[in-house]
Ligand binder design. Structure first.
Ligand code: NAP
Length: 261
């Protein structure tokens, strides 16, 4: 590869002039994705519920020279998403990239779930992407370019015991991704899923804090290690780039080989 082709392949993932919004961007995968998009030149809006971690994440991105601002909102709350969209429109007339990353997990046997827990996980993992897309797709349309990424999961493809609720939402999000991709293809907006396998983030704290569970999890990952948020962010950056313009309605698994077994 000569200098000119290296420069041109870097330019293919450059996002200068693009505006991106990432939900669940205060921690874990969302924070890494927001940082990668900002490093590529996008102006990035970070969204999560708790303001302190959100502001820290935005400051970290700014201190590295990225353009970032944040807005605290619960993606499962219709009024808060409407307020987020209103405040967004005051700063930008259009959006280019939407990453529906906010998600939660509750692991327990089916008989132990309360209806409130069931509704909370459904609302965050499924209603959230619906509310975000309903509000923001009109701002993505018309630009001749658009990217929507939904953080699905290896649990969209395979299952584990005591994950009935989480697996239900992530399988549902995969169906949502495919149908929305077909709806938005005429507008040149691509819609894809990223299905991570186990990454060492807060959502996996119950496993990370239990050495026995950690050992058992690692023994089931062919590459025998946790995924790194930076690895998921690199895939997200590629899918958000011009170069990925022919990829839509699909889901890319990044799981150290778990689903291949
Ligand atoms: N890590 C993995 O192994 C893994 C594997 C497969 C799929 N995933 C998926 O990847 C996504 C990110 O996971 P992660 O590991 O980065 O999780 P994480 O470290 O627990 O971070 C979750 C983020 O989402 C935010 N959030 C949660 N509920 C929200 C809500 N209702 N409204 C707005 N923001 C909300 C959290 O901030 P606040 O609490 O302040 O709102 C936080 O910023 C999730 O959808 C998850 O299901 C992760």
């Amino acid at each position: 590869m000569n200098a000119r082709s290296i420069a041109s392949s870097m330019a293919d993932t450059a996002l200068h002039g693009k505006v991106a919004l990432v939900t669940g961007a205060s921690k874990g995968l969302g924070k890494a994705i927001a940082a990668a998009l900002a490093r590529a030149g996008a102006e990035v809006v970070l969204v999560a519920r708790e303001p302190r971690h959100l502001e820290d994440a935005a400051s970290q991105i700014q201190s590295l020279g990225g353009c970032a601002w944040c807005h605290a909102a619960d993606v499962a709350d219709e009024a808060q998403v409407a307020e987020l969209a209103r405040s967004f429109r005051q700063r930008s007339p259009r959006l280019d990239i939407l990453v529906n990353n906010a998600g939660i997990n509750i692991r327990k046997p089916i008989a132990d779930f309360t209806l409130d827990e069931w509704n909370r996980v459904l609302a965050t993992n499924l209603t959230g992407p619906f509310l975000m897309c309903r509000s923001f797709v009109p701002l993505i349309k018309g630009g001749g370019f658009g990217r929507i990424l939904n953080l699905t999961s290896m649990m969209s493809h395979v299952a584990l015991p005591e994950r009935t609720l989480y697996a239900t939402t992530k399988a549902g999000l995969l169906g949502f991704t495919r149908a929305l991709a077909l709806e938005l293809a005429p507008d040149r907006i691509t819609v894809n899923g990223i299905s991570p396998g186990p990454c060492a983030t807060e959502i996996n704290r119950p496993i990370l804090e239990n050495p026995e569970l950690t050992r058992s999890f690692l023994s089931r990952i062919p590459l025998a290690r946790w995924g790194d948020p930076g690895e998921v962010a690199a895939l997200a950056l590629f899918l958000c780039s011009e170069k990925a313009g022919f990829i839509t309605g699909t889901d890319i698994v990044i799981d150290g080989g778990w689903c291949a077994q």
